[in-house]
Design a protein around this ligand. Structure first.
Ligand code: SAM
Length: 257
């Protein structure tokens, strides 16, 4: 998997790319992450990348030129079909389906991290970006979101996790898009609380049936939206394709090419 991050703070990514699942994937050659420092494309001796907003108001705005030049530089290391994603609270929600798509994207993907009040809209229009949000809250910058996207995608690449059977059994990823079942480990009784007896039975078919039942029940109670027809994880015939043109009012902020 080949990802590029365009950011004003490349140093934030380096510890993560040395440690954790991401670090191991880089070491094994399963993951390549290029860091593009937006500051290198800033203007003048001080490499200025931001300015005050036209129309007044608080904060600063990232200027179009450094952003566009930084993304164009990052694109040079990818194939022509590279997906470029602007992490933004105004985008469609990033989820497991998109993580799967990105993990398998043949030309990789670029994550653009905003800062301050955001990026001059003309740069976003010119670059024909997809916008993806981590959730309905505002972060100070796109870096924390980019790390989440990187982590969620890298662990789907075959060979990255210790056991390739893990990821397809996780929440959202299993055949029915359910939440995962609960997990238990030794000791069999802890503070007088035993693990469910079925798990000690050695009857694999009965264990699988129990796990499915519990996963279904916890999905019903915690995330009934996942079971609704048309949910991103519910394999109903009516399920909209992720590549469908967004319908009016449902994804107006998405700028997917
Ligand atoms: N003024 C913008 C707004 O209200 O939509 C928020 C700007 S935010 C302070 C600065 C940057 O953080 C954004 O440009 C974006 O890259 C990133 N960011 C903030 N919240 C995010 C979220 N929920 N998901 C992904 N990125 C986010």
């Amino acid at each position: 998997m080949h990802a590029s991050i365009v950011t004003l703070f490349p140093e934030l990514f380096e510890p993560f790319l040395r440690a954790t699942v991401l670090g191991r994937a880089v070491q094994k050659g399963l993951l390549r992450v290029d860091l593009t420092d937006m500051r290198a494309f800033g203007q003048g001796r001080h490499r200025i990348v931001d300015d005050r907003p036209f129309g007044g108001g608080p904060g600063m705005v990232l200027m179009a030129e450094p952003v566009v030049r930084a993304v164009e530089a990052a694109r040079e290391a990818h194939g022509t079909e590279v997906r470029t994603i602007y992490l933004s609270p105004q985008g469609r929600r990033f989820d497991q389906s998109i993580a799967s798509e990105l993990a398998a994207a043949p030309d990789g993907f670029i994550l653009l991290c905003g800062r301050y009040e955001g990026i001059d809209e003309r740069a976003l229009d010119l670059l024909a970006l997809e916008e993806r949000s981590l959730g309905d809250y505002v972060l100070s910058g796109g870096e924390a979101a980019a790390l989440a996207v990187l982590d969620a995608t890298a662990r789907l690449v075959p060979g990255v996790l210790g056991d390739d059977r893990s990821a397809p059994e996780d929440s959202f990823s299993n055949a029915q898009g359910l939440l995962d079942h609960p997990h238990y480990t030794r000791p069999a009784s802890w503070r007088d609380v035993p693990v469910p007896e079925i798990l000690l039975s050695g009857n694999h078919a009965a264990i699988a049936a129990w796990r499915h039942e519990v996963a279904l029940e916890r999905t019903r109670t915690r995330r009934p939206d996942l079971l609704a027809p048309g949910s991103a994880y519910n394999p109903e015939p009516t399920r909209p394709s992720l590549t469908d043109t967004p319908t009016q009012g449902s994804a107006g902020a998405d700028k997917e090419a």
